[in-house]
Write a protein that binds this ligand. Structure first.
Ligand code: NAI
Length: 350
């Protein structure tokens, strides 16, 4: 089903409002999900609406949060979301971080005690469009072995970086620190396919090719990805005083409880370093140079991080909307808040 951007957004917004979210929060949440879907990141788009709606309706997302903001230094601050909806708080935290960066050159804001904040590229794009660089990262629930281990300890802990250029392009590097998302394991299960032995391990920590035997995912690049995953957990978890490592709450365990997740924005104003115009011009040159690199075997060209997502968005724009699977469209149109309860679903779904 091809849905116009605004139609999809409106359907999602209405569902969140029916679940109890206030209009402004529902609007911001639906906007980030639409942003992800139109860039082909469906894992962080409309597919999440049913789960969020169930969690909101069961009280696991506070709809009237008693949130607080404290500027803790010239360049730093903490936003406590009282387990309110993650998206509006991640946006609010970024607004504070951008203000601090414009005032002082750098702004670091910890967003603590919030629910899921989705595809991080939304926030890095927002900063880049405001002529700022942003490094942003957050926790997610434990489903990844620490290097050399046999049990899940860290989450897929995503990290993203965005930077402006002198033209309409911007760098948007945005990734989970795991080789593959759990969704890819589910795809292989449903298609009856095996998986490469580099994606996941069984209950003894041994690499598996049978997707039904997967007990945990693995970090990118062995011990290096494991270290990076730990950095994400320290900066967005331990530093912000929220549960960290294997103590991070599960997305699907108890939908009536707040998740207490952490997310950190580290915002840099290029004008305080080499100068904004020099930075942007240089960035454009770097992207031009990358695009001119001779393609290697099997590659049509060298893309900069974020370029392919923008091409997918251009394709969606040209097609007049976003392709949404029929089941999800039927659910979005229905008056049901949720059809299949997410309670007790597999812990790996994030
Ligand atoms: P991915 O593997 O699709 O892309 C990772 C990065 O590689 C992107 O910056 C992309 O632009 C770049 N890239 C991909 N192919 C490329 C190519 N051929 N040439 C140049 N660059 C290329 O992303 P992943 O790891 O699957 O993450 C998907 C989304 O899930 C992200 O938005 C992430 O923030 C989100 N996520 C959110 C979580 C949360 O708890 N909030 C947890 C895990 C992921």
């Amino acid at each position: 089903m091809l849905l116009a951007r605004e139609e999809l957004k409106e359907l999602m917004k209405n569902k969140f409002m029916a679940a109890g979210l206030h209009a402004d929060d529902a609007d911001k949440t639906a906007e980030v999900l639409t942003w992800a879907s139109e860039r082909g990141l469906h894992s962080h788009g409309e597919v999440r609406v049913e789960y969020y709606s169930e969690r909101i309706s069961k009280g696991g997302i506070t709809v009237d949060p008693n949130w607080t903001w404290e500027q803790t230094g010239p360049c730093s601050g903490m936003l406590d979301g009282d387990n309110g909806c993650g998206y509006p708080f991640a946006i609010k935290g970024l607004e504070y971080a951008m203000d601090l960066a414009k005032e002082n050159g750098i702004g670091i804001v910890g967003v603590r005690r919030v629910s899921h904040t989705g595809a991080l590229g939304y926030y890095t794009e927002m900063a880049a469009k405001n002529d700022l660089c942003l490094l942003t990262m957050c926790q997610s629930d434990p489903m990844v072995i620490p290097f050399g281990g046999a049990e899940p300890f860290y989450g897929t802990n995503p990290i993203a970086f965005g930077a402006p250029t002198a033209d309409e392009r911007f760098v948007n590097f945005d990734m989970a620190t795991t080789v593959q998302a759990w969704g890819k394991i589910l795809d292989a299960r449903s298609a009856g396919r095996s998986i490469p032995d580099t994606w996941a391990v069984d209950k003894d920590g041994c690499p598996v090719t049978d997707p039904h035997k997967v007990n945990a995912l693995v970090a990118i690049a062995g011990p290096k990805g494991y270290g990076l995953m730990m950095v994400v957990d320290i900066l967005s978890g331990v530093l912000l005083g929220v549960p960290a490592g294997k103590h991070v709450s599960s997305m699907y365990h108890d939908l009536s409880e707040g998740r207490n997740l952490g997310h950190i924005h580290i915002c840099i104003d290029p004008s305080r370093f080499c100068g904004l115009q020099e930075f942007k011009t240089h960035m454009s040159e770097v992207l031009d140079e990358l695009g001119a690199v001779k393609p290697g075997p099997g590659s049509d060209k060298v893309y900069y991080p974020g370029e392919r997502a923008l091409l997918r968005k251009a394709k969606a724009d040209a097609a007049g909307g976003i392709e949404v699977v029929d089941d999800i469209y039927e659910y979005l149109k229905s008056d049901k808040l949720y059809i299949n309860s997410w309670d007790h679903k597999n812990r790996f779904a994030e």
